[in-house]
Design a protein around this ligand. Structure first.
Ligand SMILES: [Ca+2]
Length: 358
């Protein structure tokens, strides 16, 4: 679709909702004025069927707006006015279909996040915000390097925060991606509530294709539940306050089970005659379910560090062949941030690299 066609469709979609749009103020700040109803109508007389592409032409979307606005205390006319200005995004649907975590092996995934530049920038990030990291570690018990590694993997310490319009991405995924429609519809509602509470113009907020925002890439429900004001300026700002991002990452991990001074994961090299038995302990689910005694009996010497907690036995296709790893409770806590073992292992190894002199 060329941009002219897209613009025409957008306007037709807007006009299809004239009754709602004319009533609506698009956002709290109204940074962009709503075009007057009927503007440029002549240009669109030729393409009335395209109106079906607009969200407000769909009864299911209108019903969602009515119900969600009522449940969440939002002004439904204002919400409808926002939707009149959105378009389903084919590129977002293409991205969600093939996330790196599901298509790459460890051998392919690891170099993306463990290059020299990301480690060097991470050490500089730790130095620049040393006082903040020290406070976060003291209060939450999460090592500075782990917090920095998450921000490093998520956004290269804030360099890449995502350029997709969050509202449009979430609407696309909520209404045009059936496999996770329930989840994204929930995040869409959370985003509208968050934007209202924070005084954002929902149309201006940018993030990842899945609606993750700021240095720490919090989705809307996490932003509302776990983001904190850690520079004490009275605002929670994960977009422009590295201190708030650092404190929020630590808070998130603790709220998801992080244990102070406990290990994250250890490489394991089972003896040749124990490898099949070790492999048989690998589970698809991320939650640790293996008793420490079980891996101790197979020769793993880090089982004592688990205490009463369960462990995960994991295998990865590394550059040197199959790698065995044992994950502890803290490894699982990292997977609460992003539900992927590749992700958690990258965070763990980047954190170790940051803890080592270059
Ligand atoms: Ca703040």
């Amino acid at each position: 679709m060329n941009s002219r066609t897209r613009d025409a469709l957008a306007l037709v979609a807007l006009m299809a909702s004239t009754a709602l749009a004319a009533l609506a103020v698009p956002s709290l700040h109204a940074a962009e004025p709503v075009p007057a109803a009927g503007a440029s109508a002549a240009a669109d007389d030729s393409a009335p069927s395209s109106a079906s592409r607009g969200y407000l032409a769909r009864e299911s979307v209108r019903e969602w707006i009515r119900e969600t606005s009522a449940e969440r205390g939002l002004d439904r006319h204002r919400v409808a006015g926002l939707f009149a200005r959105l378009q389903p995004r084919e590129d977002i649907l293409a991205k969600i279909a093939a996330p790196a975590e599901r298509t790459l092996t460890w051998r392919e995934y690891r170099p993306i996040f463990l290059g020299d530049e990301r480690a060097a920038d991470g050490r500089a990030f730790l130095i620049e915000y040393a006082e903040t990291f020290a406070r976060a570690t003291e209060r939450f018990g999460v090592p500075a390097e782990t917090i920095a590694a998450i921000i490093g993997v998520e956004t290269f310490y804030g360099r890449y925060r995502g350029k997709d319009a969050v509202l449009e991405s979430l609407a696309t995924l909520a209404f045009d991606y059936p496999p996770r429609a329930t989840f994204f519809a929930s995040e869409l509602a959370e985003f509208l509530v968050l934007a209202e509470a924070e005084g954002w113009n929902p149309l201006e907020i940018r993030g990842s294709y899945a609606g993750a925002m700021g240095l720490a890439q919090f989705i809307s429900s996490s932003y509302r539940a776990y983001a904190i004001d850690f520079d004490d300026d009275g605002k929670v700002d994960l977009f422009d306050s590295p201190a708030d991002a650092i404190g929020s990452v630590a808070n998130y991990l603790v709220r998801h089970g992080w244990q102070r001074d406990e290990p994250v994961a250890r490489r394991w090299e089972p003896a040749a005659d124990a490898r099949d038995a070790a492999r048989a302990l690998v589970r698809k689910r991320l939650e640790p379910v293996v008793a420490p005694e079980t891996v101790a009996a197979l020769g793993f010497d880090g089982a004592d560090a688990a205490g009463d907690a369960r462990l995960s036995v994991m295998t990865f296709a590394g550059s040197g062949g199959e790698e065995f790893w044992v994950g502890y409770t803290n490894f699982y806590a990292i997977t609460r941030y992003n539900h992927s073992r590749l992700y958690a292992l990258a965070v763990h190894q980047l954190a170790e690299a940051l803890a080592t002199e270059s």
